[in-house]
Write a new protein. Structure first.
Length: 265
């Protein structure tokens, strides 16, 4: 929090804070949305432990912020940084003609470029139902019943600076790209059921396994030192010492389960 307090302290003499707007302009998806196989079932209505949607802030840049973002040579997508800029303004006053200022705002993750989004339908096993029909003489039916509550977490695949900002950028980009209800964690409540029926033949033992599916997101995050530069009535963002780092993240698909069924003698 120290870096943010320092930033706001430096800017306060130049800015007038105003209302914030929380909508991020969506960029056109480069890849087609991922199609779910028939073995993946939506359990949102049946889940005994409803998941809360991770409603990340969607930020629509203010006119002042747009001006600054367009002045930057490096794309800026970080919602937190956009929020800081949205809450700031600098008046274009004739008395500002002689003003010269360079304000170091801090080092931020600026943008995330997605390289691939790969589904893992069997990310983590959460349940097994078994029906023993080994002594039976006719088909028997079984269905899915969650035995114990399960919490499945995702997250970044490696440690890096300002991980929360990076996580949010990756999650926003991956949701848009895949058109799936991705989250950093999902819950499956005990007693959750689904009406899908599986037949167990005579002399067989049926096993129904349930998995939480996930998307592994791989790409590159770009960092840079961000400066607010004021020269008279001109305001701009200057980014220095730009670096890039490969990063990945596991993102569970919320309120969805992947089922496999097999019968053994």
């Amino acid at each position: 929090m120290l870096r943010y307090s320092f930033v706001l302290g430096l800017i306060v003499s130049f800015v007038i804070t105003g209302p914030s707007f929380y909508t991020l302009a969506k960029e056109q998806a480069k890849n087609k949305s991922i199609e779910l196989p028939s073995s993946v079932i939506n359990i949102e209505n049946e889940n005994t432990n409803p998941n809360q949607n991770e409603d990340l802030p969607h930020l629509k840049p203010s006119e002042f912020t747009k001006e600054l973002l367009e002045s930057s040579d490096e794309p800026i997508e970080n919602p937190y940084l956009i929020k800081i800029l949205n809450e700031s303004s600098i008046n274009k006053s004739p008395f500002a003609l002689g003003m010269r200022a360079t304000i170091f705002m801090g080092t931020f993750p600026l943008n995330y470029k997605s390289e691939e989004s790969i589904p893992n339908w069997q990310y983590q096993k959460v349940n097994t139902n078994t029906y023993d029909n080994s002594s039976g003489t006719s088909n028997q039916q079984m269905n899915y019943v969650q035995q114990v509550q399960k919490r499945i977490k995702g997250g970044l695949t490696s440690k890096l600076e300002q991980a929360e900002d990076v996580q949010n950028m990756i999650l926003l980009k991956a949701r848009q790209k895949t058109q799936l209800p991705l989250a950093l964690e999902t819950m499956v409540g005990a007693g959750t059921k689904h009406q899908q029926v599986y037949n167990v033949n005579p002399k067989k033992v049926g096993n129904l396994d349930a998995y939480v599916p996930a998307i592994v997101e791989k790409g590159e995050v770009t960092y840079g030192e961000v400066y607010l530069v004021i020269r008279g009535m001109k305001r701009e963002i200057v980014v220095k010492n730009v670096t890039s780092q490969k990063i990945g993240a596991w993102l569970p698909i919320q309120d969805h389960l992947y089922f496999t069924f097999h019968a053994t003698p």
